[in-house]
Design a protein around this ligand. Structure first.
Ligand code: SF4
Length: 731
């Protein structure tokens, strides 16, 4: 008999609802949940094949099925009982903490984890061990959006919602190939365009992507010049009187200071730096402001959708803030169809931020740097204090491990040996680390090769909890089938592994001898504690329970006690969560990419997603049909660049940066700009055998990328590295 379970797609921040069909312990089908407000029954190619990637045949080949210990580096690991594995982990972490201090250990987590998993890891690191060295692959994804929101609007919260797509008259899509990275949301954009011929779509992207194909105006800016573009648009808006002076006066601060910095951003300079025409710049400014003739004083609402093109940058925070400046200057926020709307890459990057699962955050959007916030969280957790030293963010954590400062790393549900920039650095870090724990569902990731201890985790269709999507909507993730393998020694839930480890660690850390900090037997118990931590905070969800989510379905935050529904959009009253209630303009100065192309490295390399693959392919790579769209890795170049270098389609080339080199076929792509190259992020070392300048074996495109990061958000510049491309000589 077929059983049906409502859950959420584990792939991207759209957060589509799915109905899982199962028979016994097997997932047999999946379809879109027509009642879920993120997708109304739609699924993309990845979501629609989830059941196939969870089949028993795939599971047998890819899953980590029992704890394993690697007795010597580079040798095959041997099976271990859970009890022994967690005993080893707790003894080793306790010893290193005693001998070298709490900051000698670190936790590197994932936007794939559920909110409840995140909560426990954060508490055990900051509350029990006493280190803020807990960060996540969401640092590679959304931290610039977080910093941009906080700097300007006063809190980390996307103020708009998916419904706003159908209310907007202007869609400003920048640094986002929505058609491929958020396909179900893109269907909504296409629907909005079909229903409203007056809707104007502006797409800003160095590559003419499938998203750009539906644009009324396409701006192929030079990589990394977004801040110059936004400042130039604001310069024109000021000159033409398209700003909303009354709204600025009533609801913002800092505009005069910003204005002074815009004087030099003349259309001529902006057009030259960005590589676009002055005419297109002018039209973009006019459309964004909603100031076109015929609006008769009523501004057409503008919604900005943006993603990694802004975030993965050494100027990530400035890019986000400069874009939000445009919304504030034109009053394009807090009403239907208007606002800045960051799209989260991962399914639960938002949930991780909500529980404070990052090196600079605390529970419920509290700031680590704020003594009152630290005291509140310490009281909530029942610990003497929370350390005030900022933790190491993603790149810093691996740098500290490479330097011998961090001696034990716990990596959960992510694959830094493929996904982190500057793989030579990451591999050095993992080699040098005294003790590496990898908590994973899949045995196939490159990071597993570096683990001293492998802990098998459950995954989609097996685990319970919650996730939050891009529009602040919290959805339930539900188990449809039991975990595979043996009940005693098979995969366990991420939260349960963290709780079991923490309970064993508590008596071993006499300095922080509080006990009973982890009394959870279910994810719901963790959720209830997290929920209480949000009381009175901007993301207050004290009106939300598992039962309420079961009865009423997914809900947006905030949803405080006494309320019946969450808030679709924020700031409709024009009041912002800043000390004076005003949104803040940020003075943003354009800075070029960290590693500009030059004569020795003449190409700008960008990385990104393909439509049918996800992350390092641990799930999507198991399904032949998902390779029908793009079968092989390649470096894409403009045909003129190929001709100039005498390259034919399919020729093997060395792509080399200052950090490493990989070999792969070249492919002509007219959507590329001149002197620009693109390589998809999904293929790892088994496909793209590479080597660093130091002779370290590398994986995929991140052999080439730079770990330079935004000084504010600490998000690395995965969207730009200078490379050279030379034809490979065949032996
Ligand atoms: Fe899953 Fe994202 Fe596709 Fe929706 S759009 S089905 S969440 S991958």
């Amino acid at each position: 008999m077929t059983h049906e379970t409502r859950s959420t797609c584990p792939y991207c921040g759209v957060g589509c609802g799915v109905i899982i069909e199962s028979q016994g312990d097997q997932v047999t089908g999946v379809r879109g949940d027509p009642g879920h407000p993120a997708n109304f029954g739609r699924l993309c190619s990845k979501g629609a094949t989830l059941h196939l990637t969870a089949s028993a045949a795939v599971t047998r080949q890819t899953r980590l099925m029992q704890p394993m210990q690697r007795l010597r580096r580079h040798e095959a690991p041997v099976p271990l009982a859970w009890d022994a594995a967690l005993g080893l982990a707790s003894q080793t972490f306790a010893r290193i903490t005693r001998e070298h201090g709490p900051d000698a250990v670190g936790f590197y987590l994932s936007g794939q984890l559920l909110t409840e998993d995140y909560y426990v890891f954060n508490k055990l690191s900051k509350g029990l061990i006493g280190t803020n060295n807990v960060d996540t692959n969401s640092r590679l994804c959304m931290s610039s959006a977080v910093a941009g929101y906080k700097q300007t609007l006063g809190m980390d919260a996307p103020p708009a919602c998916y419904d706003d797509v159908s209310h907007a008259q202007r869609l400003f899509i920048v640094g986002s190939n929505t058609a491929w990275a958020h396909p179900v949301l893109f269907r909504r954009i296409e629907d909005a365009k079909a229903a409203n011929p007056a809707l104007k779509i502006i797409v800003v992207d160095p590559r003419r992507t499938d998203t750009a194909a539906i644009a009324d105006l396409y701006l192929p800016i030079q990589p990394g010049t977004d801040v110059m573009l936004f400042n130039g648009m604001l310069h024109i808006m000021l000159w033409e009187g398209w700003i909303d002076a009354a709204w600025i006066a009533a609801h913002t601060s800092g505009f005069d200071a910003l204005k002074a910095t815009l004087r030099d951003c003349t259309p001529a300079l902006v057009a030259q730096v960005c590589g676009i025409t002055k005419e297109d710049l002018y039209v973009a400014a006019q459309l964004f402001a909603g100031a076109s003739a015929g609006d008769a004083g009523r501004r057409a609402p503008t919604l900005s959708l943006y993603c990694q093109g802004l975030n993965q940058s050494s100027s990530g925070t400035a890019k986000n803030a400069a874009l939000i400046n445009l919304h504030l200057a034109t009053g394009q926020i807090g009403r239907p169809g208007a606002g800045p709307f960051s799209l989260t890459g991962q399914p639960n990057a938002m949930g991780g931020r909500e529980v404070g699962g990052m090196a600079n955050l605390l529970s419920a959007h509290r700031d680590l740097a704020n003594p009152q916030h630290r005291a509140e969280v310490a009281a909530l957790w029942g610990v003497p204090s929370v350390p005030d030293q900022p933790g190491k963010t993603a790149v810093e954590m691996f740098q500290a491990a490479a330097d011998g400062e961090i001696r034990a790393l716990w990596i959960a549900c992510t694959n830094p040996a493929q996904s982190m920039p500057d793989q030579a650095l990451v591999r050095r870090a993992l080699e040098r680390c005294e003790f590496v724990v990898v908590q994973e569902a899949f045995a196939t990731t490159a990071t597993c090769d570096y683990a001293d201890l492998l802990l098998p985790a459950t995954t989609w269709s097996e685990k319970e909890g919650t996730v939050t999507n891009s529009e602040r909507r919290i959805s339930r993730v539900r188990a449809a089938v039991p975990p595979p393998g043996s009940a005693q020694n098979g995969p366990r839930h991420d939260w349960a592994i963290a709780v079991d480890f923490a309970r064993r660690l508590e008596p071993l850390l006499p300095v922080r001898a509080e006990t009973g900090l982890f009394p959870y037997d279910t994810p719901e118990a963790i959720w209830n504690e997290h929920r209480e931590s949000t009381r009175g905070r901007d993301l207050d969800i004290t009106g939300l329970s598992y039962a309420r989510l079961d009865d009423a379905g997914p809900q947006q935050w905030p949803l405080p006690e006494g309320e019946t529904v969450g808030k679709a959009r924020l700031y409709e009253d024009g009041v912002f969560p800043t000390p004076d209630g005003r949104a803040r303009f940020a003075a943003t100065t354009y800075r070029p990419v960290a590693e500009p192309r030059e004569s020795r490295y003449p190409f700008s390399l960008s990385t990104g997603r393909l439509r049918d693959q996800w992350h390092g392919m641990s799930r999507t790579g198991t399904l032949g049909r998902l390779f029908g769209h793009v079968a092989e890795p390649a470096v894409q170049l403009h045909p003129q660049d190929m001709a100039r270098r005498g390259l034919q389609e399919g020729d093997l080339v060395h792509v080399t940066s200052r950090r490493g080199s990989i070999v792969l076929p070249v492919q002509g792509a007219s959507e590329m700009g001149l002197s620009q190259a693109f390589i998809a992020m999904h293929w790892g070392g088994e496909f793209l055998g590479g080597v660093s300048s130091m002779g370290v074996r590398l994986a995929g495109v991140n052999a080439l990328t730079t770990s330079a990061f935004c000084p504010n958000s600490k998000q690395p510049e995965l969207k730009h590295a200078a490379v050279k491309i030379l034809k490979a000589e065949l032996p």
